[in-house]
Design a protein. Sequence first.
Lengths: 464, 173
Amino acid sequence: METFLERYKNIMVLSAVLLAQFLGLAMQVRTSAARGSDGKGVRLLRYWVVAMMSPPEKVMSHTGHGARGFWGNYIDLRHTRDENQALRAQLNQLRLEQAALLEDAKQGHRLQELLDFRQKYIYATVPAQVVGTSGSDQSRILTIDKGSKEGLKRDQPVITPDGIVGKLVEVFPHTSQVLEINDQTSGAGVLLEKTRMRGVLRGNAYGQPQIINVLPDDRVKPGEKVVTSGGDQIFPRGLAVGTVEKVVSDPDREPYVDVVLKPAANLQHLDEVLVVTQTSDQLPAAVQRDLAKSEAAGAEEMEMQRASDILAEKLPGLQDPNAPKVEATTNADGVDLRPLKPLPAAHPDRFSPSEVRPASQMTPGKASVITSSARTNELLNEGAQPVKRAKKPAVTPDKAPDGAISTDGTTRPDATTKPAPHQNQESFIIPGTATGPDRPLLGPEKTSAAITPAAGAATREQHQ
Amino acid sequence: MPVLMASSRRELDSQQFPWPILLAAPLLAVFLQAYLPLRYPRLDVFDLPLLVVIYFSVSRRSPIAGTLTGAVVGLLQDGVTHQPVGIHGIANTIIGFLAASIGLRIDVDNPVTRILMIFIFTLVDSFLYLVIVRHLIAEPLAWSWMHQIVRAAVNVALGLVLFAALDRTRLRG
């Protein structure tokens, strides 16, 4: 007996160790299938391992972070002043853009309320530093230096300002483990921005996030943005996920294809992340204050714009009728770089504003309205018909007539019209004129300086 | 092939190491494996814990010690992943046992032996991992053998340097 044990002790030890691990593995699979999380024993083992590894990881990480911070914050400050000025200018520009988009956002919110749709906003976040990884290319796990003591809980989303990173899968008192979106066991509900196709995101063998089980669709092109759909009840709706890199066929699941993404967040080099600890139906107070500030700045800018346009009406000579036409430009990413302000005149008008009388002095049916222009007489003789216009509200941006004529003698296709001082005024339909075959020719009082961004956008679309 | 086999009694003697090295090296390997890819993501292709298991198993030439070393290091690796605990444990246990068994027969100080040994054991480890994940616990796993071959080659390069460094920690008898 002793000889048998002595002879086979190596194999017996190996078998015993393997058997113990096989049993443990089987129990874990069973437990996690039933509960959806690890059992107490496994969690304890993970806790001890992470507790053992994280102190030196934190020391290394904080030391490196401190050294980089010392260099960046105290020594390497060249060009900081210039950069500061550039950022301030950019901030002002962004405020104006935000104000311009605010109206659309408000309208969207009103519609959402009508539909009883509840949008979730990120209300509170906890910043955390990434201190470690799993060390395996088969398991995309990050260790962060915040845990349950800081209010973190399992399944909370982890993001960066660029896009989503993953979700918390294990939360210990002072550390947590984050399952990245490019892990093969991860899952997130996503939405393709243009085609509005929904899908499930998970990682592939090469650490790339991909949308799986997608039916082939020619509309899905590289470069299309992908955002969270909110369907997974973890990530709030509308967060950036990435852009489509390529579409590959799935050999295991014909005819489905996989849409491989380039993640918006740099998953390879993560230093700091934000854990979303609270979401709400309302925007955070700080964001609301910021929006109000932007709205005020936008209103101020509009007022200035309006004042300058009124001045331009009074002093038409200040307008250069031969101003160069602004060309439509887009950068390499396809972002429209044209300003939100209205475009300059497409071409000079044939009517001189000084020869047009105010609408209050016009008489319906009389051709003397624009009699001083020989060309106008000619047109009137060709069949201009006076039309009595009933009370009509201001022309909304989406209904603004193409080619509204301004007082400076130029056609301003993106101008909206304000209510005229006298609503019951006449206008003339002149077939074949620049204003179109059946569109009213507007008098100088009807040309408005109030240009809305939406109108500008509509015009840009028309130009395109 | 005879060149690779042990030709003297000295080559078959088990190597002794200071206990702090036996304790610290595996822990340091697991720590570096978890920390370095954070700064240099490409380094996740290395498998430092596996290399340490192979080295100590073949050097000490004790299958039981190799089995236990592999099990402990593998379980530590599993602790920092999200996968079920035991995947790396089982794979490293088998590698530790095989490495120690082979160490009884071959000259493990020979560089050619080391190259072959690391390359083959890394591929065996990948195969065991594949079998455990895909067939034992039936989890989806995309796989590329070309990637595994490249990984094995890269680990050979690292292993040669690491083994030479660990050779210096041996106790001289």
